[in-house]
Design a protein around this ligand. Structure first.
Ligand code: PEP
Length: 252
C-alpha cells in the first residue's frame, strides 16, 4: 500500500449468508466508486473465506480495490482441522489479512502470542497484516495498546513491521453505535506512533499507516481522516450496506 492512499477496510465479519448477496454489495460499491474522487483510496473488502475466490475474480485488475481475509492460521499447512493458511489466502487472491480483531481475541481466545505468530505467517505469504489493537471499556488505552503492540510485534524486524497497518479499534466502540471522538482517536494515533518509535524508530513510526475502526458511518467518517489525521478506516456493519459504505468512501 502506498502511504499516500487512504485505506478503507470493509470487515464483513460472518455476513452475508449467500454468495449472490456478497456479489451484490461488491458490485454496487465498485460501481459507485468515482475514478477522480476515489483514486487516492484503497478499498479492501474482507469477506468470509467461502466467498473469497469468487470475489477475488471480480476484483482482479480493478485499481484501488483489493481483498483481505479476516483471519489466518500461523502455519502454512498441516493437520489443523478447520483452519486456513496465509499461503492459501495469498493464492486465492488476498492482499491483506485482519489479525488480532477484538472479536477473535475475546470470543476465540486469541492471545498476543498467537497474533504474533499469525503476523509472521501472513508476512511470509506476502500478505499485509492489518493489526487491530484497542482497549476494552474501563481499560487505560495507553497501557493496553502498548502491551498489545510490544507483544504482537515481538521479534519482528524493521523490514517486517514496515509492511503492517495498525488499526486502532477501541473495543467499546465496535458495533456499539458509540464511536470514539476524533480527538481521542488522534491521541491514540500519536500514542501508537510514540510506541512504534520506542520499539523501532521515528522514521518507521511515521511510515506505518494507522487507521480507525469502531462504529464508523457516513456522518462521522471524515472526522477520523481530517481531525484525527488517520490514514484510513476499518468499517464493520456499515460496510455491508453499499450505499452507506459509498457515502463513507466519498465523505473525505
Ligand atoms: C469492526 O468490525 O472492526 C468494526 C469496527 O465494526 P463496526 O464498524 O460495526 O463497529
Amino acid at each position: 500500500m502506498n502511504m499516500e492512499k487512504t485505506i478503507i477496510v470493509a470487515n464483513w465479519k460472518m455476513h452475508p449468508v449467500k454468495l449472490s448477496q456478497a456479489r451484490e454489495i461488491l458490485f454496487e460499491v465498485i460501481g459507485g466508486l468515482k475514478s477522480t474522487r476515489d483514486s487516492d483510496k484503497e478499498i479492501v473488502f474482507c469477506p468470509p473465506f467461502l466467498w473469497f475466490e469468487d470475489l477475488a475474480a471480480q476484483v482482479k485488475n480493478k485499481r484501488g480495490v483489493a481483498l483481505g481475509a479476516q483471519n489466518c492460521h500461523w502455519e502454512q499447512g498441516g493437520a489443523y482441522t478447520g483452519e486456513i493458511s496465509s499461503a492459501m489466502l495469498a493464492n486465492a487472491g488476498a492482499k491483506y489479512v485482519i489479525l488480532g480483531h477484538s472479536e477473535r481475541r475475546q470470543l476465540m481466545g486469541e492471545t498476543d502470542e498467537i497474533v504474533n505468530l499469525k503476523i509472521k505467517a501472513a508476512l511470509k505469504a506476502d500478505l499485509k497484516p492489518i493489526l487491530c489493537v484497542g482497549e476494552k471499556d474501563g481499560e487505560e488505552m495507553n497501557i493496553r495498546v502498548e502491551e498489545q503492540l510490544s507483544k504482537d510485534l515481538a521479534s519482528l524486524s524493521v523490514n517486517q513491521t514496515k509492511e503492517i497497518i495498525i488499526a486502532y479499534e477501541p473495543v467499546w466502540a465496535i458495533g456499539s453505535g458509540k464511536p470514539c471522538p476524533p480527538d481521542s482517536a488522534l491521541s491514540a494515533t500519536l500514542f501508537i506512533r510514540r510506541i512504534l518509535t520506542k520499539l523501532y524508530s521515528r522514521f518507521l513510526a511515521e511510515k506505518i499507516p494507522v487507521i480507525y475502526g469502531g462504529s464508523v458511518e457516513a456522518q462521522n467518517a471524515s472526522g477520523y481522516i481530517k481531525t484525527a489525521n488517520m490514514n484510513g478506516l476499518l468499517v464493520g456493519g456499515a460496510s455491508l450496506e453499499a450505499k452507506e459504505f459509498l457515502k463513507i468512501i466519498g465523505s473525505f
